[in-house]
Unconditional design. Structure first.
Length: 147
């Protein structure tokens, strides 16, 4: 095997590991939502990270929250098991920048709540992937879901 081919395989393996690590950060955050673990949710993101959501019910169609506001909103929800499920996420990594894009469904106690497509932007800071922004297109008509 030539050195160039070997280095090519090594580079592909490194990229696959980086993609898996970035996706794990997102999946861990979603599990933290289910557990309503405020400290863990906050640890997955930079302070004051902005979440933008296109929602028909929001003024001007756009809802803006910081990570701190989102965590408080989730913690204040009535009892019930909240689960966000990603469907076939696509992960792109370039050095210390990653994007995880995926359609998803959100259920509460196993019943459909809403769906969306969502984009998580991450940076690798001090050797750890952290979310720096999230954008989604939440909608409540299950027929419009692509998951």
């Amino acid at each position: 095997m030539s050195a160039a081919v070997f280095l090519g395989f090594a580079g592909m393996a490194h990229a696959a590991t980086a993609e898996a690590d970035a996706l794990k950060t997102v999946n861990d955050f979603l599990q933290d939502i289910t557990r309503r673990d405020k400290a863990a949710m906050l640890a997955s993101a930079v302070p004051h990270m902005e979440i933008l959501s296109a929602r028909k019910s929001a003024e001007g169609g756009l809802r803006r929250l910081t990570i701190e506001q989102l965590v408080d909103l989730i913690a204040a929800q009535p009892p019930g098991k909240m689960v966000q499920t990603l469907h076939n996420p696509i992960v792109h990594v370039d050095n210390d920048l990653a994007v995880v894009w995926s359609p998803y469904t959100w259920t509460l106690d196993g019943h459909f709540s809403h769906c969306a497509s969502e984009s998580f932007n991450l940076l690798k800071l001090n050797g750890k992937w952290v979310m720096v922004s999230v954008v989604d297109t939440a909608r409540d008509d299950e027929k419009t879901c692509s998951g």
